[in-house]
Unconditional design. Sequence first.
Length: 218
Amino acid sequence: MMPQTDNVYRILALDDHPVVLEGITHLLSSLTDTSCQGFTDIGTLTDTLYKKGECHLLILDLELPDSDGFQVIKDVRKRCGDVSILIYTMHEEPWLLAKLARLDIQGVVSKNHPTADLVEAVNAIREGDTYFCEAFLEQLKQVQTKKDVLKSSPPFKLSEREREVLVLIKEGLMTSQIAEKLFLSENTIGTYRHRLMKKFGTHSATELVAAARKFLED
């Protein structure tokens, strides 16, 4: 990383939604001695990050159209070990948060919460602390204590496609990732998810994952 010659705290943010990105950059650039540059694609961001090396904090969404957010985290950590990483995502699925908990990141903020949480997280990380929102901590706790939803296998058969989708759900893949792997639209995968939830009698993504694990391991 290149040495900094001033006291400006430099942030790079990646989000494929321009409106969200504009909100992030405007909000954080208004903080004292802070600059925030936004990117909508991973290639441009990494070119800036790896070539210029002027970044203190990297803000990432998990669901990216051109890359896997988890892989981005691993790549950045290898190339820029001293850059802080903050995840800003709308996803609160327990298996995803549990996966994040095993990575070297400094914080997680839910997009479902007020933007004040994002500012609080940035300030905490800037001071050398970490920041994990309540949703992250609560869901992580549930993952550690939750028991199987189903006590026995359900009395029905799955179609070949339904089983394919269920296997990928069990692995913790998001709708966009499943769609890419199966060469289907996200709307189609959403329909399969809804159909599977009805078949298993589950009411949340968490319960469906637990049901998938039970069903596929029997």
